[in-house]
Design a protein around this ligand. Structure first.
Ligand code: ZN
Length: 272
């Protein structure tokens, strides 16, 4: 069974839901950690001989076009994470369409290939923003990885599918992985969940998915392998989930990519 490995390529300060706190932070003082952190991920993936899908933020591609080229040249898939790290349900359909069109044309101009995959910042395709699916289809997107089948204060559609399915017309939804336990979808697919759960829990969950012949969809961020990143003042619960176990993430990602088989989303879905 081959699984999807994905990276949301963004800066360490692209943190949703804490706008009031970010306003007070001097972000420019610390900018540009994404380049080096992404290079570290690329090194890890090369060593383990795995390919991944990078959902690249437009504003990062604008600053580091060479990095996007490098990702493509190393055989990974370049997909889009939108232009700015803003959640869809706070935008109008017109604003979302314009930003996404700009992001796609920037990326496809850099690598000279079609961009067919999308993940919304903070999984922000929810009941409130299902209109976004029509825009994805109109802009040539073939698959989406944004509809998280979990209950969460900021995102999620708990009753949505857990494995790849057609969400609208021919648009495929491949959600981040969850483990079904006590009638509840436990997110195990990456980010804070991957950092906070002991590795054996994640490993057991993925093993059980693969045993059922289901591919997992795992996501990581460049800032998660950067324990030295500056800390932004934010509410305690959010501070915990954002910064927990940053010093252990690299080890966990290395273990995952050595214990399981991974490739790009495009390849797992068989899109040619
Ligand atoms: Zn993101």
């Amino acid at each position: 069974m081959i699984n999807a490995l994905t990276v949301d390529l963004e800066e360490w300060y692209h943190i949703t839901g804490i706008d009031d706190y970010l306003k007070n932070a001097d972000l420019n003082k610390y900018a540009n950690r994404a380049f080096n952190n992404t290079m570290r991920l690329l090194d890890m993936f090369r060593e383990a001989k795995v390919k991944a899908t990078f959902f690249v933020l437009g504003c990062i591609a604008e600053r580091f076009p060479e990095l996007v080229k490098r990702i493509d040249q190393e055989g990974h898939e370049v997909a889009t994470h939108g232009f700015y790290h803003d959640v869809i349900y706070k935008r109008t359909p017109e604003e979302f369409a314009k930003n996404l069109r700009d992001a796609i044309s920037l990326l496809s101009g850099i690598i000279n290939k079609k961009i067919i995959g999308f993940r919304a910042p903070d999984f922000s395709i929810t009941e409130k923003s299902l209109w976004a699916l029509d825009i994805l289809i109109a802009l040539g997107i073939k698959y989406d990885c944004s509809v998280f089948p979990v209950k969460h204060p900021r995102y999620g559609m708990p009753k949505a599918g857990r494995f790849p399915y057609k969400i609208k017309d021919d648009l495929i939804e491949f959600p981040p992985s969850t483990y079904r336990i006590f009638n509840y979808n436990l997110p195990v697919g990456g980010g804070a969940y991957l950092r906070i759960f002991p590795y054996w829990v994640v490993k057991a969950a993925l093993k059980s998915l693969n045993k059922e012949n289901k591919p997992a969809n795992i996501y990581v961020h460049p800032w998660e392998v950067d324990p030295e990143q500056p800390r932004i003042k934010m509410p305690a619960a959010r501070h915990f989930t954002h910064y927990a176990n940053l010093d252990k993430a690299e080890k966990k990602i290395r273990a995952l990519i050595s214990d399981f088989r991974f490739t790009t989303v495009r390849e797992v879905l068989g899109i040619v």
